[in-house]
Every structure is written in structure tokens, then in C-alpha cells.
Design a protein around this ligand. Structure first.
Ligand SMILES: NC(=O)c1ccc[n+]([C@@H]2O[C@H](COP(=O)([O-])OP(=O)(O)OC[C@H]3O[C@@H](n4cnc5c(N)ncnc54)[C@H](O)[C@@H]3O)[C@@H](O)[C@H]2O)c1
Length: 354
């Protein structure tokens, strides 16, 4: 099916800096979710507060989770897709299942939003990209960090030239949940993942660097494991070079809270020829040390960024526009993460395979 054939009826949504808000009442789109675990619940809570869409059915391998999540509950995604007339599917399972579930949605002509990381490896992420490109069915990766309101605000200032031409950055991401005998209480399965911090967490600031500075040309990475009870890395440093002559560092660990603590889980510092922009972990934005925007969002996940991501998805479906994080546009983020692991193993800088 080509994109214009699945363009939905209403063109009345208008984009605003922080997401997409409707000015008249569009038809409510009907969706289904696959995966009702830790993050699926966060997505469901955001869907429930949205006027433009509703989740009418839920699927989880654990039927109790599906039953608690929507009016109609399934353990078999195909059965769910064939029993209901849907406008879209939201996939919130872990990466191993993403490709097969996206394939199922695409085979049924259904637009899909799928959680990051796209896939467990570059081959499956490439196959997902190929599926999206050859069928024309809209496939969006759920990347909510670029929808955190402080990042939308900082991008507006950067694009307006308040610090002139950017040349460097330092983005951090951290939490104090990775040490001790029971690390990662929200997602205990993290302990068994051979690729952990860069793959699961630093993928967010890596995507932010592309949001701010464009394509990544080169990656050099180092990684370590401090907690001996986990399989993957829990500390990493990435040096990234971008097309527009910007270089920067993405740094992360799961031992300490940021100072001050807050939903952004670290700071984002951008340096330009005329000054510095900094977003603190609490979401406040500084220009050359002076507070210029204060985070006052208390609702939802990290500045209500999940809701903003989902609103963007629905708005693009309604307007027939490409998502900011369509499979095609997001692939460079996945490829940079993949290159970071190869770089750390080979101890040399590498270009992402895009
Ligand atoms: N964007 C973010 O900020 C963010 C934060 C946390 C997690 N995530 C992502 O969300 C995804 C899910 O992570 P999680 O921590 O919620 O995992 P989870 O294990 O808590 O939940 C996954 C759920 O999917 C179900 N499931 C698995 N395979 C299934 C299948 N084939 N059919 C039906 N149900 C199936 C499981 O039973 C489970 O309930 C991951 O890709 C993770 O990286 C994103």
C-alpha cells in the first residue's frame, strides 16, 4: 500500500513547537498495542490522555497484562489484528520481537510505531527499513527524548542563532540504579543483556545529537562494566563527529544521579561561537549561565515526552507527513550505536554503516 492510500481523513492538525495539538476535533484513530510491560504501561497512560486516538485492544504474552490494559485482550497479535478494524499498531515489546511484529503490521497494511532500539542487530534494523521503504506503510520508531520539551526549546534557540554556529557538545545520561546485587529494578532483564548501556540508554542522547547537529560521520567509543553481576557495559564514552563540523561527547553511567537530579537524567551542553546553551537534568535551560526557560511539566513521562511522541505519530498519519523518526530517518541513530560497539571492540574510530 502506498502512503497516500493510508493517509487518514483529517488535515486539521497543526504542529507546534512542543508537539502537535488539534485545533478542531479530528476522527479518533483506533489503535492496538502489543507489549503491556514496564514501558507499555507508560505508553498506555499517555494514550488515555489523548483526544486524537484510543487503544481499543491489547496483546501480551501474559494475558493478565493484556486484560488490564484494554477492553479487548489477546495473546496472539495476528488474531488481534484480524478481529478489529484498526488504524495503527503500537509495539512496546523488547527489540528481539520488533522486526517480526512490524512485518505482521505491514503485511496487514497497518501503520506502526515501534519502540527503540529498532532491532537486536543491524541486519534486522536494515530489514525493517527495507520493509518500510518497499511497502510505503508508515513505520515510526518511538524515540521520545527529542520530544522532551526542554530539547524542543533548546533546538528553537540553537536554530535562532543565540549561540552562533555550534562547534561542540557534551551530553550525559546517568542514574544510580546499576550497582549492587539487584540492579535496574524497573527492568531487571537489563542484567542479562550483552549490549546494555549504549544500546538501551545512550541511544537516546545519540539520537539527540542527530536532532541537533545532523548526520554522524564518525564514532569512537570506549566502554566498561563495573557491576560484575551484569553481562553488558554500564559505563561508556562516545566521541562523535557530525557532517556540519560539530564534534562532541556522549557520556553515560548507571552509578550516580546527576546533580541536580531530574527527568532529563543528565545535562546537555552545546557550545557555539557566541556562547553556551545548557539543559540541566531538571529540564531548566540556561544561556551563558542565565536561566532562560524553566521546566514546569509535572505530568507524564519525562516532560510528557511519550505523549508528545505519540501525538506526532498520529498527526503525521492524519497529514500524510513523514515522521521525524521514521524508520528511514532514524536508521542513522541505530547505525551509530552499532558502530560504537564495533569501535570499542576494535579500539578505533568508525563510520556508521548507513
Ligand atoms: N523510550 C524510552 O524511554 C524507553 C524506556 C524504557 C523501555 N523502552 C523500550 O521499551 C521496550 C519494552 O521494554 P520494557 O522494559 O517495557 O519490557 P518488558 O519486558 O517490561 O515488557 C515487554 C512486554 O512484552 C510482552 N511480549 C513480549 N513478546 C511478545 C509477543 N511476541 N507478543 C505479545 N507480547 C509480547 C511481554 O510479555 C512483556 O509484558 C524495549 O524496546 C525498551 O528498550 C523505552
Amino acid at each position: 500500500m502506498r502512503p497516500e492510500h493510508i493517509t487518514l481523513r483529517n488535515n486539521s492538525l497543526t504542529a507546534r513547537a512542543h508537539g502537535i495539538v488539534s485545533d478542531v476535533n479530528p476522527r479518533k484513530l483506533r489503535g492496538a498495542i502489543v507489549g503491556c510491560g514496564y514501558f507499555g504501561q507508560i505508553q498506555l497512560e499517555a494514550w488515555r490522555r489523548m483526544d486524537c486516538a484510543e487503544i481499543i485492544a491489547a496483546c501480551d504474552a501474559d494475558i493478565a497484562r493484556a486484560t488490564a490494559s484494554a477492553e479487548h485482550a489477546y495473546t496472539d497479535p495476528l488474531e488481534m489484528l484480524t478481529r478489529h478494524k484498526l488504524d495503527f499498531v503500537d509495539i512496546a515489546t523488547r527489540p528481539d520481537t520488533h522486526l517480526s511484529l512490524v512485518q505482521l503490521c505491514v503485511d496487514n497494511g497497518l501503520p506502526v510505531i515501534v519502540q527503540k532500539p529498532m532491532a537486536p542487530n543491524l541486519a534486522e534494523a536494515s530489514e525493517m527499513l527495507r520493509l518500510a521503504q518497499t511497502t510505503g506503510i508508515p513505520v515510526m520508531v518511538h524515540e521520545n527524548w527529542r520530544w522532551q520539551p526542554w530539547h524542543r526549546e533548546m533546538k528553537l534557540r540553537l536554530d535562532a542563532g543565540v549561540i552562533g554556529k555550534p562547534f561542540g557538545y557534551h551530553f550525559t545520561m546517568m542514574n544510580n540504579d546499576g550497582l549492587g546485587p539487584s540492579p535496574y529494578p524497573n527492568q531487571p532483564y537489563f542484567s542479562a543483556m550483552p549490549k546494555l548501556l549504549i544500546f538501551e540508554s545512550l541511544v537516546h542522547p545519540v539520537d539527540l545529537t542527530r536532532f541537533y547537529f545532523g548526520e554522524i560521520r564518525k564514532v569512537f567509543a570506549v566502554k566498561r562494566r563495573r557491576n560484575p553481576l551484569i553481562a553488558g557495559e554500564d559505563r561508556a564514552l562516545l566521541v562523535l563527529s557530525h557532517d556540519g563540523d560539530v564534534d562532541g561527547v556522549v557520556e553515560g553511567q548507571r552509578y550516580l544521579q546527576p546533580e541536580p537530579p531530574g527527568p532529563a537524567m543528565g545535562h546537555s551542553l552545546i557550545e557555539g561561537e557566541l556562547g553556551r546553551l545548557v539543559t540541566l537534568a531538571n529540564g531548566d535551560l540556561l544561556l551563558n549561565g542565565h536561566l532562560i526557560w524553566q521546566n514546569q511539566t509535572t505530568l507524564g513521562y519525562k516532560g510528557d515526552s511519550v505523549r508528545a511522541t505519540q501525538e506526532h505519530f498520529i498527526s503525521c498519519l492524519n497529514e500524510g507527513k513523514e515522521f521525524e523518526s521514521s524508520a528511514a530517518r532514524y536508521f542513522g541513530t541505530f547505525a551509530a550505536v552499532d558502530a560504537a560497539y564495533l569501535s570499542a571492540d576494535q579500539e578505533r574510530a568508525l563510520a556508521p554503516q548507513v
